[in-house]
Write a protein that binds this ligand. Structure first.
Ligand SMILES: [Zn+2]
Length: 438
């Protein structure tokens, strides 16, 4: 199949190419060339015309909580006063602890459709639901498989409830990783635990050991607000990443989400050890966590992706957040240029969560792609295309989405999705969750 757009983005680290397209063969990109040349080379191929459109790698949502959609609009007397109150008074008792399999699956189904509609072809999910194990990940996987996204699913093991509950959480991940690897599909697993303030040193070492035995990344939330580094200073006499370093667990197999409150020493540890980081600009604002030192981490060459955190799932909005907040914070409109933000949203995210050959449209890379309408009010050009996309598009401009060579969105419609029924199911799940809050 040939896809022939007006503009091709292979990777945002290169300028966009006018009137270039791709040939898709099976689940891979087979050839990349000017549109006219592709038609000469492959005269018998099916042609997908995309005149006036931009062909780009699909977005990779490198950190989300799919169940989070059920908390949108939950009744609260007042907003939590800080990050700790956000967890202790809101997120843990009213959201995470309420989750059962049906709520998880209803939310997963809705958000998978929402993500596809927004050009997202791959994601990493962190499920925080201590009372939904065992088998919560297996239930979730069935839904993701049906929607056809490339997903890495994990269960956030924590000793917050009890050491036994923590042990079951690690076991859930280990079983799931082994199961998915044997199956070899688009859904895989990784190892995951919560933080240094809910997990003991022994537990953290155990999580990393289980991850490394299986050759997968080990994920945790890290310094999302000032609470964790303050806790670490008080209990371990050092900041969070210094503590992980002392435990001997830091390295490129470590995926640290958030990394909002970092000392200079912690930034150095991240860069020197090759720790992967994900950045969630909008949810950092939501929880009052602060503004992550993303321009510094980028300059230090840290492998980094962008995530929605299950908050606002339109990935164009997430990109706009990353594009804008650092400029305001640094009093510098030159930081976080649009092509860098687009990179974090595609190839950067894929690298951060360990997806191989995902996030670029080049021969041999996976056919995970999106076709975006290019009908801007001003002319699109090589010098402005990334700004045009990051600033003046949203999910409604995504026309078609393909994952691993299979169309999942055509003409703006998520294929095989009965949105009315899916919305009704999500409403029912939210009603049951909200009953605890009101
Ligand atoms: Zn998160």
């Amino acid at each position: 199949m040939l896809i022939l757009p007006s503009w091709l983005i292979t990777t945002p680290h290169q300028p966009p190419r006018p009137d270039w397209g791709v040939r898709v063969l099976g689940d891979r990109i087979d050839d990349v060339a000017p549109n006219t040349e592709l038609q000469t080379r492959y005269p018998d191929d099916v042609v997908v015309p995309a005149d006036g459109h931009i062909l780009a790698p699909g977005f990779v949502n490198a950190h989300t909580h799919l169940y989070g959609v059920l908390a949108h609009g939950i009744p609260l007397d007042k907003a939590p006063s800080d990050f700790w109150a956000f967890l202790a008074d809101f997120w843990w008792p009213l959201v995470e602890d309420a989750l059962d399999h049906e709520m998880i699956c209803a939310a997963t189904d809705w958000v998978c459709a929402e993500m596809l509609r927004s050009g997202i072809t791959g994601f990493y999910d962190c499920l925080e639901a201590p009372y939904a194990i065992p088998d919560a990940l297996f239930a979730q996987k069935e839904v993701v498989d049906k929607r056809g996204l490339r997903g890495i699913l994990s269960f956030e093991a924590t000793e917050r409830v009890s050491p036994e509950n923590g042990r079951l959480g690690l076991q859930e991940n280990a079983r799931f990783i082994d199961h998915c690897r044997a199956e070899g599909g688009l859904v895989q697993g990784l190892m995951c635990f919560h933080t240094t303030f809910t997990c003991s040193a022994e537990f953290i070492r155990r999580a990393f050991a289980l991850g490394q035995e299986r050759g997968v990344l080990t994920h945790m939330h890290c310094n999302e607000g000032v609470h964790e580094p303050n806790y670490a200073l008080e209990h371990f006499g050092k900041r969070t990443l210094e503590y992980y370093d002392e435990l001997g667990v830091t390295g490129p197999h470590m995926l640290a989400s958030q990394c909002v409150q970092l000392s200079e020493r912690e930034r150095t540890i991240i860069a020197e050890r090759g720790i992967r980081v994900t950045h969630m600009p909008l949810s950092n604002c939501e929880v009052g966590g602060g503004i992550a030192p993303v321009p510094e981490l980028t300059a230090a060459g840290v492998t980094m992706g962008l995530g929605s955190d299950g908050y606002i799932n339109d990935f164009f909005e997430v990109m706009r957040g990353a594009f804008l907040i650092h400029k305001a914070h640094r009093l510098n409109p030159q930081v976080m240029p649009a092509h860098e933000v687009f990179y974090l949203a595609t190839e950067g995210g894929a690298r951060a969560i360990g997806l191989e050959r995902v996030g670029r449209l080049e021969p041999g890379w996976t056919a995970d792609l999106q076709i975006i309408a290019g009908d801007f009010p001003t002319p699109a050009a090589a010098h402005n295309l990334y700004e045009q996309l990051v600033l003046w598009r949203n999910h409604t401009h995504v026309r078609d989405v393909m994952v691993a060579g299979v169309w999942r969105v055509r003409g703006g419609e998520v294929l095989g999705a009965d949105l009315g029924a899916m919305r009704a199911r999500a409403h029912e799940a939210a009603r049951r969750m909200w009953a605890r809050a009101s």
